[in-house]
Design a protein around this ligand. Structure first.
Ligand code: TRP
Length: 445
């Protein structure tokens, strides 16, 4: 059934790094990180976050890429191939997790598409009249509109995945990631040169160690895992397309560096503008779709900056969604299905699964006290991702043969990996323990 020889691969290491960094850089970086940092002690939080990424994030990502490259299959078959039938459910859970994440990620992706188009036309006008809250409320409570744009977003995602690893994912990320950096730089320069920008930078970065508690460490751990896209098999399947000769260790360090740098820079883009115009610092959709447009309305050249801003969000979301779609598509491709057909079928199924999420925004569908879309997010972020990531670490640390792991990590001894023993200790003990803590403290319905 599975022909490994014909398996696609990335054309270059930089292609892999940019694709995986694209998967990691997403809404988590742009709308969650700055706010969590600002609220949790500024530079003090940043310091803790970096410690966690370096110690735990890099460790866990390396484990995921390594499993992927060793197995050279989709997550489910990789686990079965390397660890036997009893490990297959972990891989299947990973694929299911990406399926669910994409079902609601595409709903938000659709909002971004809508706002990107609106920023060319009447968004700034509405914002000037103080109507962004109304416009946003009217849009999200109109299911047919939301579903339409969700479909557009899924279609674009599918169009990239359709062309395969090298021709679709790698090629598009090599264009989109530099675009993302450029857009951020333009927006940061605009933001920090506004009069009054300094108070925003102060809110964001002023170190306040008195705000650091055990909760801060937990917030940093949870955010770190989410931001690096760990525990969903997305990084794993990209690893399975990485040629055997490429250096896993330095690639993972670069991916983690890019993800952290973008998260940090997002704060420098948002807060100076928020404070310069006396708005409220906040996180999430409210900030992006309600607050920020009003800031652009007050800025000269606001339309141009609004277009760049929503383009940035679109690129960040798209490079994440293509990795999410590839997880399910890759499964069917490994089982012999034509890539184009596999892409269209999985994209259509995910789109349909997302419809209840789209509906739930108008207040209809609830599970317990949560909107459907919230409940789906809770299931993936707080339960499935941490558990899958923990099993990845345990798998590498305790199940796989240590010699084989070493050979894989060093490309048969050709690549130096001086801290291999330390990394093994981290994978065996520190990372699973840290993840378990996030898991149990995150369980709040
Ligand atoms: N890391 C993404 C972000 O920061 C979100 C995400 C979480 C993700 N898990 C994922 C993306 C798995 C792709 C695959 O927004």
């Amino acid at each position: 059934m599975i022909d490994e020889k014909k398996r696609e691969s990335f054309g270059s290491r930089i292609g892999f790094v940019l694709a995986a960094a694209g998967s990691a850089v997403g809404l988590g970086n742009l709308w969650k990180f700055p706010y969590i940092a600002g609220k949790n002690g500024g530079a003090a939080f940043l310091f803790i976050y970096i410690v966690i990424i370096v110690c735990i994030g890099v460790t866990a990502m390396m484990a995921e890429v390594l499993i992927g490259r060793m197995g050279r299959l989709n997550a489910a078959d990789t686990f079965e191939k390397l660890g036997g039938k009893k490990w297959k459910p972990v891989g299947l859970a990973g694929i299911l997790c990406t399926f669910i994440i994409l079902s609601y990620y595409s709903v938000i992706g659709g909002w971004i598409v809508k706002y990107f188009f609106m920023s060319f036309t009447d968004l700034i006008e509405y914002a000037g009249a103080g109507k962004t809250g109304e416009i946003f409320g009217a849009f999200v409570s109109n299911p047919s509109q939301v579903i339409f744009y969700q479909g557009v977003f899924m279609l674009v995602t599918a169009l990239v995945v359709l062309f395969g690893i090298k021709g679709g994912i790698e090629r598009s990320c090599k264009i989109m990631m530099p675009m993302l950096f450029l857009a951020m730089i333009v927006l940061i320069i605009r933001a920090v040169t506004l009069p009054g920008a300094m108070s925003g930078i102060e809110f964001y970065l002023k170190p306040d160690f008195s705000k650091v508690t055990s909760e801060t460490w937990l917030a940093a751990l949870g955010q770190g895992f989410f931001s690096l896209s760990l525990g969903a098999g997305a990084i794993m399947i990209y690893g399975s397309y990485l040629p055997k000769t490429e250096n896993i260790v330095s690639s993972v360090k670069q991916i983690c560096f890019i993800d952290t740098a973008v998260a940090f820079l997002a704060g420098l883009m948002i807060f100076p503008a928020v404070f310069a115009f006396g708005a409220e610092p906040a996180a999430g959709p409210g900030l992006t779709f309600i607050t920020v447009p009003t800031l652009f309305a007050k800025m000269s050249g606001g339309v141009v900056f609004a277009v760049i801003f929503f383009l940035l969000f679109f690129v960040a979301a798209l490079t994440s969604s293509i990795s999410l779609l590839e997880c399910s598509t890759g499964y069917f491709v490994d089982h012999g299905m034509d890539r184009k057909l596999a892409t269209l079928i999985t994209a259509a199924l995910i789109f349909l699964t997302g419809i209840p999420s789209a509906y739930s925004l108008s207040g209809g569908l609830k599970i317990g006290s949560r909107d459907f879309i919230d409940a789906a997010g809770y299931l993936t972020d707080s339960i499935m991702m941490p558990l899958c990531s923990m099993f990845c670490c345990i798998f590498v640390g305790w199940v796989l043969n240590r010699e084989l792991v070493k050979r894989e990590a060093t490309s048969d001894g050709k690549i130096g990996f001086g801290s291999f023993n330390i990394w093994m200790m981290m994978v065996k003990f520190a990372a699973p323990a840290a993840i378990l803590v996030i898991f149990f403290t995150g369980l709040k319905w």
